[in-house]
Design a protein. Structure first.
Length: 157
């Protein structure tokens, strides 16, 4: 994939999770589209510094449990900013708490995905992220198992 004019902003404090997502994207020849932040504060700083109303990320992926500023509060701030409120935001977490998922969806999350367990699931998840960006065709979405929450569709607003 040659196009680097669009980016996916990923905020996740877990270096292993960032590396796995990077590896999955690299397998799909899309590793260069990722831009990483280590927490919600970093993500908001990058949005303000590296992006603007004209040049925005195609997708924002937020871990739920991060230090400094968690995913829920980061989501709330992104959706209240006129420059960025139309960007799809995916909550990407290990949490299976349905109340947490509902709260994020009410705040405007595009979807809520439980982090994959295997690399194969990571590949399917990466494909779904690219599909949301409209950059790659996806033939399947991450399988639903006992440890996963299915991808929720776009919020109707």
């Amino acid at each position: 994939m040659e196009n680097t004019s669009w980016k996916i902003l990923v905020a996740d404090d877990d270096a292993d999770d960032r590396a796995i997502l990077q590896d999955a994207m690299a397998e799909l020849e899309a590793g260069q589209v990722l831009c990483f932040a280590q927490n919600g504060e970093d993500a908001l700083r990058l949005l303000g510094k590296d992006f603007n109303a004209t040049y925005k990320p195609a997708l924002i992926i937020l871990d739920l449990n991060m230090p400094k500023l968690n995913g829920t509060e980061t989501l709330r701030r992104i959706k209240s900013d006129e420059r960025f409120k139309t960007i799809p935001v995916i909550i990407y977490s290990t949490s299976l708490n349905p109340m947490e998922k509902d709260k994020c969806m009410l705040l405007g999350a595009h979807s809520y995905i439980t982090k994959p367990v295997t690399f194969k699931e990571s590949m399917e998840t990466a494909k779904s992220f690219l599909a949301i960006c409209g950059q790659k065709q996806v033939t399947s979405y991450p399988p639903v198992t006992g440890s996963r929450v299915p991808v929720s569709g776009p919020k109707n607003s």
